[in-house]
Design a protein around this ligand. Structure first.
Ligand code: UDP
Length: 238
């Protein structure tokens, strides 16, 4: 009677803002714990899980450069912010008894493992949740692109993008009552209609490797597990 899934290995992408709760900045421990429980419930189904967490709750490169900071420096600060979020998630998951590794694209050996692809695959095979931190390690990218890159490298079957709403709409559903949710949408439509799913480089990288992106609501309790079990509403970009 426990929910079943056909997925074997997936990547969960969440924005940094998903971790800040109602407080508007930084980390809200109960919110981090709630998301960790969602991850654990999917881990309990036997699914191998990769995670990429953004850094926007702490620092975004574009915001820094808009205030006069040198862009690449600001981007490195953004990447460092994602490491803090990854460590918070690691701590919350291990509190729940889920083994994890934080794997950083920028070397900081005292804090996180360096990214070595084969080693990360081995962790997944051993059912450790791999939290990929520091984005791609390069400025001018986003954690959406990092998520798509790692999902491809780890041979994930799909990216699950947890958001505040249950999919992709033709216009912002928070502002428009008549916004319509897509069940399915093509990568090209996302790009041409400029639908807010992920940035264009991430969408193109997913498209070129036929990696589906499933957009769902993380605000719905049991949402992640439900979507993996084929319940609930979501949008599939493929
Ligand atoms: N970043 C980067 N390269 C990467 C990933 C991230 O330079 O490969 C920087 C960039 O400045 C970005 C910040 O890290 O603004 C935080 O990531 P992102 O904006 O993707 O976080 P989210 O919006 O998902 O919280």
């Amino acid at each position: 009677e426990a929910p079943q899934t056909t997925f074997k290995r997936v990547l969960l992408k969440i924005s940094g803002e998903a971790l800040m709760g109602e407080q508007g900045y930084g980390l809200n421990p109960p919110t981090v714990e709630r998301i960790a429980r969602e991850v654990k419930s999917v881990h309990d189904m036997g699914v191998e899980i990769c995670m990429v967490i953004g850094g926007g709750n702490i620092f975004r490169g574009l915001a820094g450069s808009a205030q006069g900071m040198e862009r690449t420096t600001a981007d490195y600060m953004g990447m460092l912010a994602t490491v803090m979020n990854a460590l918070a998630m690691q701590s919350a998951l291990e509190e729940l008894g889920v083994f994890t590794r934080v794997i950083s694209a920028i070397r900081m050996d005292e804090v996180a493992e360096p990214y070595i692809r084969r080693r990360a695959v081995r962790h997944l095979e051993k059912k450790r949740v791999c939290i990929f931190a520091a984005g791609t390690g390069n400025p001018y990218f986003t954690t959406d692109t990092a998520a798509t890159l790692r999902a491809n490298e780890m041979a994930c079957e799909a990216i699950f993008k947890g958001t505040k709403v249950d999919g992709v709409y033709d216009k912002d559903p928070v502002k428009h009552d008549d916004a319509v949710r897509y069940d399915n949408v093509s990568y090209d439509d996302v790009l041409v209609k400029n639908l807010k799913v992920m940035d264009a480089s991430a969408i193109a990288l997913a498209r070129d490797n036929s990696l589906p992106i499933i957009v769902f609501s993380l605000d719905e309790p049991g949402g992640f597990r439900g979507i993996l079990a084929g319940q609930g509403t979501y949008t599939r970009v493929s």
